[in-house]
Design a protein around this ligand. Structure first.
Ligand code: 13P
Ligand code: SF4
Length: 354
């Protein structure tokens, strides 16, 4: 406890010395002892807009690696993006890599002309080189709050989409657009031609990469069933990284920002079951208690984004104190050509999302 108090004081003191030179951005999943120091908070889309707008010299990103990459790509050339712990990655982002995506693209070329017929769409939870791949091949980035809009944009241009890395977000968004299940096929990157027949590829509208979030896959339809039996008037809200079955059984589905806003705007006294990361659910349960809202976590298990939680107060204090000494640590710098192409795909998304 004494250690925590000392760390908090170190962060506050360093922030004060740095003033407007440094801005701390934090994703909603960030642990409470780090989140409280943030200047800017949001879901992935909001944080992308904020990173593009800030004029601070240092963008200290309390999130995961791909978020700090996006901040580097969208900020000015003199601005510096920093991830306080370099091991804060996203296991879903790691499920797609450039080699595998290029192989899928080549294999698709045996059945059709992908550059004419397929838009590559990458969820923002992906490495910068995959965003660059999308930039180069007429594709685009999406987040959990704009995926339907982005798919509509994509289908306005080409007839099919290769969606990576999250199959669940892709499937749910395709369903929201009115696509049938048989129009969405999983591309199993461990098998030749994604394990699909030429017929399946011909009929598919969305090819869904076989990736998922290890946190959101823990939520199950039976958790919702149990809640509904116990509280028939209760409301269920989930993140679209949950399985199709969980999303279908929920009353509301949306990004972290959407989840917070929906519960904030709900009637006082309502009871909620929430299917997303534990730090966020714990924070809003506390915050909305005042107007009588009861907020429950969906799973009996602890579902935390353990990699994001690696950004702890110690790493944040160390990072800021180095900046005070004008020493840059843990900079995230995307190579120039890659950044240029990734920016193209990100800016297409930001334009469509305005
Ligand atoms: P949001 O788009 O809601 O920020 O979600 C990002 C994420 O990583 C969820 O797991
Ligand atoms: Fe990645 Fe899942 Fe963590 Fe989101 S919750 S950052 S998708 S591992």
């Amino acid at each position: 406890l004494l250690q925590d108090a000392i760390c908090t004081e170190r962060i506050i003191a360093a922030k004060k010395t740095l003033g407007k030179r440094a801005v701390i951005l934090a994703h909603h999943y960030q642990r409470a002892d780090v989140y409280r120091h943030a200047d800017l908070t949001g879901d992935s889309l909001k944080l992308s807009f904020l990173a593009a707008q800030t004029d601070a010299d240092y963008l200290v990103f309390c999130g995961v690696h791909f978020m700090a990459e996006v901040a580097d790509i969208l900020s000015g050339p003199e601005q510096i993006s920093i991830l306080p712990d370099l091991s804060a990655g996203c296991s879903m982002a790691d499920m797609a890599d450039l080699g595998k995506v290029e192989r899928a693209w080549r294999e698709l070329g045996e059945a059709l002309d992908p550059d004419e017929m397929v838009t590559p769409v990458t969820y923002i939870n992906s490495s910068a080189n995959l965003k660059a791949f999308c930039g180069e091949h007429g594709g685009i980035v999406c987040t959990s709050s704009n995926a339907v809009k982005i798919l509509q944009w994509s289908f306005g241009r080409r007839e099919k989409v290769l969606f990576f890395p999250d199959q669940h977000l892709g499937r749910w968004s395709g369903h929201k657009m009115g696509l049938l299940m048989e129009e969405m096929c999983v591309w199993d990157f461990d098998q030749p031609m994604g394990g699909l027949t030429p017929e399946q590829i011909k009929n598919a509208r969305i090819l869904l990469w076989k990736g998922h979030c290890s946190v959101h896959q823990m939520f199950q339809p039976q958790h919702i069933l149990r809640f509904r039996n116990q509280y028939p008037d209760g409301l269920v809200i989930s993140h679209p990284e949950c399985s199709f079955e969980v999303c279908s059984a929920s009353d509301y589905v949306g990004s972290t920002e959407y989840i917070i806003n929906t519960i904030r705007d709900a009637k006082p006294g309502t009871r909620w079951l929430v299917g997303t990361e534990l730090n966020l659910v714990g924070r809003i349960a506390e915050e909305f208690k005042a107007n009588g809202k009861i907020i429950q976590f969906m799973s009996p298990m602890v579902c935390m984004c353990s990699t994001m939680a690696r950004i702890d107060p110690q790493h944040l204090a160390w990072t800021l104190e180095n900046l005070v000494q004008r020493q840059i640590v843990n900079q995230i710098k995307v190579p120039k050509r890659e950044a240029k192409l990734a920016k193209l795909a990100l800016e297409r998304m930001l334009d469509v999302s305005k």
